[in-house]
Design a protein around this ligand. Sequence first.
Ligand SMILES: Nc1ncnc2c1ncn2[C@@H]1O[C@H](COP(=O)(O)OP(=O)(O)OP(=O)(O)O)[C@@H](O)[C@H]1O
Length: 480
Amino acid sequence: MPFLIDPPLPDIQFTLRRQFKKRRFRPHQQDIIIAALGRKDVFVQAATSFGKSLCFQLPAVIDRGITIVVSPLLSLMLNQVQALRKANVDARTLNSNTAMAERDYIYQDLATGHPLTRLLYVTPELCSGDRFRNKLKLVHEQKELARIVVDEAHCISEWGHDFRKDFKRLSWFRETFPDVPIMCLTATANAQVRQDILSTLGLDKTAYQLKTFTMTSFRPNLHLEIRFTSDEANDRYGDFVSWVKGVYERRAQQPRKAELDRLKQRVDNVPGIIYTISRAECEAIASALRRDGLGARPFHAKLPNDVKEETLAKFITNEPGYDIIVATTAFGMGIDKNNVRFVVHWRMPKSFEGYYQEVGRAGRDGKASYCFLYYSREDRDRIASMVVRNAPKDDGGNNNRQARLESMTRLVNYCEDTRTCRHAAITKYFGEAEVPDCDYACDWHKDPQELRERMQEGLASEEWVSTQRQEGRFDGYCSD
Ligand SMILES: Nc1ncnc2c1ncn2[C@@H]1O[C@H](COP(=O)(O)OP(=O)(O)OP(=O)(O)O)[C@@H](O)[C@H]1O
């Protein structure tokens, strides 16, 4: 077992201020950190933008030894490593893109048994390899393996929307290092997914040493709205452009303009993300918006890495021409820009959790932000056929197919529901008993009657959609 320390509270506060440059903890962060430093296994479920990363980064800085962070996305690892290195924390990442020299350095560092690296971000695939496993055994023998962190832990569960089968193999950690604490974190787990995470990682066998923190998924500053449309109306583009230009016009009026000038902010620097389903649509919307004088850029998996990095960097630093990112889900989990003022779903996402994750990119500074989703019944059928076709067919395939269909169906119900607060529907989905206190932050609270009328007028009839479906009109749709 690694060397134990029992840091007094002032050390934790000091590290928060000195290393992480934060003035105070957000609610619950300190309790989670104390549980981790007390060598408990920890399960954290909290809303998007809660500040989950700090809950393992701060203990990693205080504790002796190395913390291994398993994360599913390369971009997410890179963001976190860059931020930590800026804060003078020796954080690194080992993945398929790591340069040879850095890879050699990391393996040599691990081979000493006393690594200097504080946090090492790795992919689940890497954790299955003998080379990495043998090095970790060495570090463990030297009592220098402080903690294993599984970020985006819902990827473990085949009942989750984002199941990755290499996450299942993370059971190796508890089997091999029973004395090393494990922390897992997610924003999107229902009861079944939570149970799956705990049993896969072996944490349910020693429940007495597990501390569970489940916080609300409610994000009060997100204004949620569904905009109803149909293939025939085909009005998304015009609707969006007039909405965003309206926002710019309001910002151009006094006294707002004088205030923006004082803050050295452009009228059109209203950062936002538009999520699309396909790469072709993503490119087409971005170029159309640019032709209309808006600063929009595409972001999808097939773009060269340097273009993606430049786009992300310029979006984050509010460069002119990079105000709106039109993205596929490649631009999803973990993007942490604090002033994203809107998230638009051009089409319905494939899962409820995906929707929650994506709107969660907005308003991370706590200020009001606008999220609307263009919903059509034709898209519903296209996406359903896509979900069925793309569900994994190997390990866990059947359960996962069922889970994905269920999640998509729940999102359809959410979109067509005109009798419930949107925030209440979300918290209910994640199993919360308490109804959140939505302060007119959804279309139902703003005007339930208007919502019903908009739906009635906006959607194609079920009869029409079903005829189209029988003719196979929605079958060949694919995303990338
Ligand atoms: N105590 C704090 N004080 C001020 N800012 C904080 C604090 N804790 C975290 N933050 C900031 O909040 C933002 C969100 O944190 P983080 O990226 O860890 O969120 P998250 O919970 O992982 O969200 P998601 O699930 O959406 O990725 C970051 O910019 C982080 O620096």
